[in-house]
Design a protein around this ligand. Sequence first.
Ligand code: F6R
Length: 592
Amino acid sequence: MCGIFGYIGEDDPLQTCLLGLEQLEYRGYDSTGIAGLVDGQIAICKEVGKLSQLKAKLTLQRLTIAIGHTRWATHGKVTPVNAHPHQDVQEAIALVHNGIIENYEELKEELHTQGVRFQTETDTEVLTNLIAKCYTGDLVQAVQKALLRVRGHFAFALVHKHHPQEIIAAARECPLSIGVNDAHTESIISSDPNAFLGKTLNVLFLRSGEIAKVEKGKVSVFDSQLRSLAKKTERLDAGTAAPSKEGFEHFMLKEIYEQPSTVQKAYLGRLEEGEVQFESLSEEFRTPSQICFIACGTSAHAGAIGALLVEDFAAIPSHYEIASEARYRILPQNTLIVAISQSGETADTLAAVREMKARGYKVLGICNVKNSTLTRETDACIFLKAGPEVSVCSTKAFTSQITVLYLFAQFLSGKRVSEDLKNVPAQIEKVLECAPRIQQIAKKYSRFNNFFFLGRRYMFPTCMEAALKLKEISYVNANGYAAGELKHGPIALLDPHFPVIAFCANHQTEEKIVSNVQEVKARSAPILALAPESLKGIAKIVDDVIWLPNTSDALAPFASTVAGQLFAYFVAKERGCDIDQPRNLAKSVTVE
Ligand code: F6R
């Protein structure tokens, strides 16, 4: 994951870099660091922890050029020495890196025999020294030569003390964008062009294998054979407003409360008079013989709901695959691949998309972030329009994804459709009104360390999503399970210290989930039910109930999800966890 930023131009490089890193912190917050040139020498400052910790200890003076990094650790523990930027043994180069050098052990050994003594456990230090070994006066050439030896996927930027006016950047299957202003007085490098806050720039995206020489107001790009390339640029106005919590205690809570509006934004202009229209979808997307949704984490749970919706509305066989496993599957021809990603930068999802495209499948993207890699690599893309999701724990993106998937399933049906989706914002409002009661219940359950979340049909992926929310921000063991499976083994775990959260809002399977709840009760496990108002009788069986508005099975995931998000949020708050930036995680997962 990791975020890379670089600046050369008339603004203060150090301050610009710090601003850029603030926008990139979502990509990792294990450590941060900045390097640049002071009086012809490399100067570096790095710290374990968040950017605020680096700022508190910043020892750098005014730099003439700067590169910066936010780390999500892959190779090597979270220690000061493993933090980026890294240097070669001669201290001529400083380098920041996102990605993985797969053959770093082999290269390390080779460099060791040539006398290089390593200080860190990172693959990045190996890459830096390899480039230094290949250097004979031309930095671009040194990078090109070194990359011939390197396996893996990466994006990096480096400075060299003998080249005070240039930053060299390169990428292979990891995002890297470079922007130049109209006046040609500055150039910025970033893992994410949305970090070019307050700037209007002409931006190019490095494609796999490309190397860029970035100077003040000028970029030259070369392919892996060092042939000069004419790259197209896109004009990008990154706006000036940094995301704000708008009075909420956490971004997560703010984003939970945004959902009545973000769901509405996802269907607005797409569902009119019983017809679904997507601005970006041609008729050829209407007739797949089968659909395979691919995604990771929360987006994969949306894909699982998408598969149920498509089968129910359009009777097209559908399933979902975890992106990191999808590439090993055999799929029939004329299968449409639908890749779902909030960030559009998830490495597992992108790798699966590339594999599927190479095999000749048509790929549709569903994405939130404009200009992200997924939006450029798919055949068409539907945007969520949910606005930036800052909290690492995904909430509003999920409900926007299932809104778009609901519409997409209706689109595939080819019929006039009901507009019941338009009732969802009001249903979510109703759940939000119950927040104080959910908080009370969460307080009671916050002392447990193990949970099962059970559901059937639409409530199965919904409960997996709710369990994921709880585990990622509260660090408790919470597993989403198909309710029918419990008796096939996991029921052995139940006792009075192992609560079950039963998702009961799927009418078609109501009687069966009630039976499963009875089985749990017989084992003396505490039970919290998330149930529609119509299922009054459940209150007599379970310990606690969060009541949800009555709705159809296909729309039930919305209200149940929001209740699950609030439950997870309040448990994490009660346990004193870092809700917006949970340990070990990052918002955008750019390594496989
Ligand atoms: C969980 C969460 C992750 C992401 C997953 C995929 O709250 O945020 O599970 O859903 O890493 O990310 P995207 O959707 O950006 O591809």
